[in-house]
Ligand binder design. Structure first.
Ligand code: G1P
Ligand code: ZN
Length: 551
């Protein structure tokens, strides 16, 4: 079996976004499209593809299987030494990150479009993770993109499809292939991080749980955890058989797309509800009558970590959040004396801080929560972290609910009301014109000190980040305006959509008035949202009078 080069031409738009390349399946299905992009990943691997060991797996969405076979042929054609592949091509994103680290691999190719719908008419995605297990930094994604603009050939070795369904070692010419159990290493790792006995004993007291995998990759992981390790019945998990099109749904854990879970928790009076997205890196946490905003979730986990999670017993080395995420975690950092960082949107910006030992726990408002145990956000980790907190809280005070944990947090730190409005698939021109207009306004000197309703602008601009570890600079990461009372609005364009443009508007308001802690978020934020919509002229530019999704 020897390598053969195939002539090809560049495709436009193979630019990795916030989290890899995401396009419609039909785009990836074009002749050479997938091969080109994978070849460009191989070209951009720091240290080269030759002799490397790569982890390969994904959320199992439609087109994953042919993509894995293509990767095998390209890896062989480029002299890769070994591929470690999840059984049937399945690995959750957190499990991939863990496996890269555990096996000291060169990196990994992750086949996922995360929370985007799957199926022949929906999305597919490919992303590259580096040696530390985290998403490739911009230096690498830029190199991939540059390569996609000039590619003229790719190298493959021809051969029969490899059987992905049975665990074990095989080879494809010179290339070694190991098919591994998708779940075992990851669950074993979580058992070292958390006190599984504490959780199991607590759940045995009748604290009821429902986890919804939304037909995504976490089903088998959740069953291994909740049913096999924590001793719960099958009714503790729902939608836990992964499907190539996520049961026709939208595998995004929020109040809109995980509605059936939200309803089940309320109707059946379940104590704790949780969901994860297609590839398992996002999470949503609910209690009866209580939705835990992700910005609060990470702050609460950070506040409890040292006493509730054995992994952090040795101490916390810093916290972080993405820029649009609310400042709730900053207050925990201040009170507990931890360093705290504000980075651009996207998990890749946390990796350097973790590698440098300056970041233990971090999160994004977009239902992403995690720690330095791996280099991706981790949905099930967050769920088990919450169960650890509840188990610990119930030891101290039996009967403590999710709502009680939330209220106790507000009583201690005040409450950051937070909401995000998404305007999905608006016209790219309209979105760009709106952002240009906001950018001109927010960066003009007259804007500072101007009054809008009850709010006076204190600070505004386009967020730019200098990585404290390697000094790299990321500009244009979101337009923000902070008002005198600490309230804040942020506008940015999504970097993960596969067609058109998605505008995200983030609003945040802080209160220390206990009478407001129970207030409805949308009511609490109404005036601020109106100001944001006025300042941006959003409806004029996009024709949208209401957002597609509110979280
Ligand atoms: C979105 C989220 C962001 C997250 C990313 C990947 O990116 O906003 O926080 O890191 O998905 O899950 P966006 O579409 O906003 O660029
Ligand atoms: Zn995801």
């Amino acid at each position: 079996m020897s390598a053969r080069t195939v002539a090809t031409k560049p495709f436009e738009g193979q630019k990795p976004g916030t989290s890899g390349l995401r396009k419609r399946v039909s785009v990836f299905e074009q002749e050479n499209y997938t091969e080109n992009f994978v070849q460009c990943i191989l070209n951009a691997i720091p240290g080269g593809a030759k002799g490397s060991t790569l982890v390969v797996g994904g959320d199992g969405r439609y087109y994953s299987k042919p993509a894995v076979q293509k990767i095998i042929r390209l890896a062989a054609g480029n002299g890769v030494s070994k591929l470690i592949i999840g059984q049937n091509g399945i690995l959750s994103t957190p499990a991939s990150s863990h496996l890269i680290r555990l096996r000291k691999a060169t990196g990994g190719i992750l086949l996922t479009a995360s929370h985007n719908p799957g199926g022949p008419n929906a999305d597919f995605g490919i992303k590259y993770n580096v040696e530390n297990g985290g998403p490739a930094p911009e230096s690498v994604t830029n190199a991939i993109f540059e390569s996609t603009k000039t590619i003229s050939e790719y190298s493959v070795v021809d051969g029969d499809d490899i059987d992905l369904s049975t665990i074990g070692e095989r080879s494809f010419g010179e290339l070694a292939i190991e098919i591994v159990d998708s779940v075992a290493d990851y669950v074993e790792y979580l058992s070292q991080i958390f006190d599984f006995n504490l959780i199991r004993d607590f759940l045995a007291t009748g604290f009821t749980v429902r986890f919804d995998a939304l037909h995504g990759v976490t089903g088998p992981y959740a069953r291994a955890l909740f049913v096999e390790r924590f001793g719960l019945s099958e009714s503790a998990v729902q939608n836990c058989v992964p499907s190539e099109d996520f049961g026709g749904g939208h595998p995004d854990p929020n109040l809109t797309y995980a509605r059936s879970l939200v309803e089940a928790v309320e109707k059946e009076g379940i104590s704790f509800g949780a969901a994860s997205d297609g590839d398992g890196d996002r999470n949503m946490i609910l209690g009866k009558g209580a939705f835990v905003n992700p910005s609060d979730s990470v702050a609460i986990i950070a506040d409890w970590a040292e006493r509730a999670i054995p992994y952090f017993k040795g101490g916390i080395h810093g916290l972080a959040r993405s820029m649009p995420t609310s400042g709730a975690i900053d207050r925990v950092a201040k009170a507990r004396g931890y360093e705290v960082f504000e980075v651009p949107t996207g998990w890749k910006f946390f990796g350097n801080l973790m590698d440098a030992g300056r970041l233990s726990i971090c999160g994004e408002e977009s239902f992403g929560t995690g720690s330095d145990h791996i280099r991706e956000k981790d949905g099930l980790w967050a769920v088990v972290a919450w169960l650890s907190i509840l188990a610990t809280a119930n030891k101290e005070k039996p009967g403590t609910s999710v709502a009680d944990v939330l209220q106790a947090h507000y009583a201690k730190y005040g409450r950051n009301f937070f909401s995000r409005y998404d305007y999905e698939e608006v016209s790219s021109e309209g979105a760009k014109a709106m952002i240009d207009q906001v950018s001109t306004l927010f960066t003009s000197s007259e804007f500072i000190g101007s009054k809008h309703g009850p709010f006076t602008v204190k600070e505004a601009g386009n967020f730019s980040y200098t990585d404290p570890i390697d000094g790299s600079v990321s500009k244009n990461q979101g337009l923000y305006a902070v008002f005198e009372d600490g309230s804040r609005i942020v506008f940015r364009l999504s970097g993960t959509g596969s067609s058109g443009a998605t505008i995200r508007l983030y609003v945040e308001k802080y209160t220390q008035d206990a009478s407001e802690y129970d207030a409805d978020v949308q009511v609490g934020l109404k005036t601020l949202i109106d100001v944001a919509l006025q300042l941006s002229d959003l409806e004029k530019y996009t024709g949208r009078s209401a957002p597609t999704v509110i979280t």
